[in-house]
Design a protein around this ligand. Structure first.
Ligand code: B1M
Length: 211
């Protein structure tokens, strides 16, 4: 039987055929989609992140690993969404301007969908005014911002300020996340919430919507 390690290895090797095959096998054997996501996909990407940092993997290999992860996500996404009951509300999510990283954001979106939220994902490199426009268009109470670069973290503050300066969006609560962020940083820019990972993003959004 396929194991989580086989899936993590397929992600690390960037083998999108194998990552799909193993994911399907794990799903067919009755394992919970969230567990497959955490123990196989996220575990594999964590290794990729560490190797990239240690210059043991380079950008093209990382991109190929990301493609293998997305291939597996295609199988898990509908299952994670199904596991949620009725929609608990709509959440808008995007990666800030200047930042193209979307793997973590996509995981957050999947977990939120799995947690029963309707998610509007507006992608990467999103201009500040686009966030404001989409918040109004979708009438959301919570906006999720992702940033993976120390150079794009400050853009989150700009988005929060843009929302606060508009009477229609001033009460929108902003949840921030991304590898370089901390609770202290989130507090310093006036974010309503911070989540260190995709699972806790669901808890934070639930808390903000109920407060
Ligand atoms: Co880039 N990159 N990258 N990269 N990349 C990092 C972030 C880096 C730390 C690598 C390193 O040097 N060690 C470094 C940033 C350094 C810094 O800012 N101090 C870096 C750099 C420098 C760059 C470039 C500038 C490289 C270059 O071109 N010279 C360039 C920038 C491009 C741009 O954005 N303008 C770049 C490009 C790329 C790729 C395109 C090759 C690729 C992105 C592919 C993609 O996303 N489609 C890439 C990748 C993959 C990485 C690493 C290796 C992995 C990121 C990742 O996907 N992690 C990363 C190194 C690392 O993190 N160790 C790195 C897995 C993912 C599951 O985790 O995204 O942290 P993460 O998300 C987590 C949590 O953070 C949290 O939940 C997620 C799941 O648990 N979370 C949220 C994230 N968003 C959230 C939002 C929330 C709540 C929680 O609420 C809304």
């Amino acid at each position: 039987m396929a194991k989580y390690q086989d899936l993590a290895d397929a992600i690390i090797a960037g083998d999108n055929v194998k990552s799909k095959e193993v994911t399907q096998e794990l799903v067919d054997s009755g394992i919970d989609a969230q567990e497959i996501l955490n123990e196989g996909l996220v575990a594999g990407m964590n290794v990729v992140g560490k190797r990239f940092k240690a210059n043991e993997m380079y950008i093209p290999e990382v991109l190929i690993a990301a493609r293998a992860m997305h291939a597996a996500m295609d199988i898990l996404k509908p299952l994670l969404s199904e596991s949620g009951a009725q929609s608990k509300g709509t959440i808008l999510v995007g990666t800030v301007q200047g930042d193209l990283h979307d793997i973590g954001k996509n995981l957050v979106c999947m977990m939120l969908e799995g947690g029963g939220f309707n998610v509007v994902d507006i992608g990467v490199d999103v201009p500040n005014d686009k966030f404001v426009e989409e918040v109004k268009k979708n009438n959301v109470k919570v906006l999720g911002l992702s940033a993976l670069l120390t150079t794009t973290m400050p853009v989150m503050k700009e988005v929060i300020e843009a929302l606060q300066s508009d009477s229609e969006t001033k009460d929108v609560k902003v949840v921030v996340g991304g590898a370089p962020l901390t609770q202290e940083y989130a507090d310093s820019i006036g974010a309503a919430g911070y989540a260190p990972d995709a699972s806790s993003a669901v808890d934070v959004v639930e808390e903000l919507l109920s407060s």
